[in-house]
Design a protein around this ligand. Structure first.
Ligand SMILES: [Mg+2]
Length: 252
């Protein structure tokens, strides 16, 4: 009989009974495409309707504006928060128009490019499955089902709560914890025994508000500022790659 090295779950996850994963930026690497589509849509709007204060007319910065105001939130909440941050008082029609522009750009890019899951995320989710630990994916995006399917990882999750489901159930977006609470409910595990894995500041805050046992922040930007912000928003730990939540063991 050959002895094969295999991966076991790191100690930090051993006290929880289930894990809820955010999708974009945690499982699939489409967060960048969302960000780029938002940037194009917001920059077009700022050029067309420049704020009165010239200091507020600069294009959207993914690092400073997107991560702070938009990432992880529902489309309308994110669009409103960013435009308000530039001193604009957007009408519902403006918010809807910029969100629809972003949606068109996103759908075009979705069609043009393939979608990959992060290898470290796939390794972790598979290891959790082997260990019999229930797994959910939760996302404010109505595209989450399609993205997970195209990345060929949908079947690794027991439960998916996506933007369509959230709308149907009337769930509030992040930073409210509703999506994660619904995912934990679907897994049948109390939040106090569940971990949340999330890359957005709003999502880390949602995990904390929801009373989850462990909130793991994912710092895909690999920079110390992002790490500090995730910890400020009450992540318990921050990793760059989900494979850090594994350690090598020996299959017996
Ligand atoms: Mg995310």
């Amino acid at each position: 009989m050959t002895v094969q090295p295999h991966e076991v779950i790191a100690a930090v996850l051993r006290d929880v009974k289930a894990v809820v994963f955010d999708t974009d930026g945690v499982i699939t690497d489409f967060a960048r495409v969302h960000a780029a589509a938002w940037k194009t849509a917001f920059d077009a709007l700022l050029a067309e309707h420049p704020p009165e204060d010239p200091g507020q007319r600069r294009p959207l910065s993914i690092r400073d504006d997107y991560l702070r105001y938009v990432d992880g939130k529902s489309r309308f909440a994110g669009a409103y928060a960013f435009l308000a941050s530039r001193g604009l008082d957007p009408t519902d029609a403006t918010v809807r128009a910029v969100a629809e522009h972003k949606e068109r750009l996103f759908t075009e890019r979705l069609r043009e490019h393939g979608i990959d899951a992060y290898p470290g995320a796939v390794r972790l989710v598979r290891a959790l499955r082997r260990a019999g630990m229930p797994r959910a994916a939760a996302s404010a995006s109505r595209h989450a089902h399609e993205l997970l399917t195209r990345a060929e990882v949908l079947d690794l999750f027991d439960v998916l709560v996506d933007g369509g489901e959230a709308a149907r159930l009337g769930l509030a977006g992040k930073p409210q914890p509703d999506l994660f609470l619904e995912a934990a409910r679907g897994l049948g595990v109390p939040t106090a025994r569940c971990a949340v894995v999330e890359d957005a500041l709003a999502g880390v805050g949602a995990g904390r508000r929801g009373g989850f046992a462990l909130v793991v922040g994912v710092n895909r930007a690999h920079d110390p500022d992002s790490e500090a912000r995730l910890l400020e928003h009450a992540a318990d730990i921050v990793v760059h790659d989900l494979a850090e939540l594994l350690q090598e063991g020996v299959r017996r």
